[in-house]
Design a protein around this ligand. Structure first.
Ligand SMILES: [Zn+2]
Length: 172
């Protein structure tokens, strides 16, 4: 078996195909079946943040390990604080997870039974007050260690083709 996001069942006998006929655009002898995405539920243990080279704070939701289609999932990247708040993710609460595009774990809903998440007020890497831009939180401190490391990682990645990001992480 291999992962798929849907199948098409089609009549391929020429004569029968003709009987089904065509709409203006589509052959009528085919139907598309799209299974509902598989959803698993797990508990939120913790939320921590990484920062990118632009100073954007990226929330990472740590969950009790759960198996989804043969993949053990422990951490889910939520991309920005807004996603976290809109979903009302709470520490100790439950989250429903799918594999987006069959690869990337994504939280689709949550119950807010637990410690509600609030947007951080200070940068976890340098403690300076965070700024807000298009409802995302940014660190604007150009001496922020988190941002400097993120920039360094980018540069290392650029100049170290063939070296895995794990090795780059160890160098820092
Ligand atoms: Zn900072």
């Amino acid at each position: 078996m291999y992962p798929t996001d849907g199948i098409i069942i089609e009549v391929d006998n020429g004569k029968e195909r003709e009987q089904f006929g065509y709409t203006r655009k589509y052959f009528k002898g085919a139907i598309a079946l799209k299974p509902k995405p598989l959803i698993v539920t797990s508990k939120v243990i913790n939320i921590d943040y990484t920062i990118n080279s632009n100073g954007l704070l990226i929330p990472n939701v740590e969950i009790e390990p759960v198996n989804l289609k043969g993949k053990v999932i422990r951490n889910i990247n939520c991309y920005n604080i807004n996603n976290l708040l809109n979903l009302e993710i709470a520490v100790g609460g439950l989250v429903n997870i799918i594999l987006s595009g069959e690869v990337i774990p994504k939280i689709v809903s949550a119950n807010s039974d637990g410690l509600a998440v609030v947007a951080p007020y200070v940068c976890p890497f340098c403690n300076s007050k965070l700024g807000e831009k298009q409802s995302n939180v940014f660190c604007n401190n150009d001496k922020c260690d988190g941002i400097r490391i993120a920039k360094l990682k980018n540069d290392l990645r650029k100049y170290s083709k063939g070296i895995s990001s794990k090795v780059v992480e160890k160098l820092l």
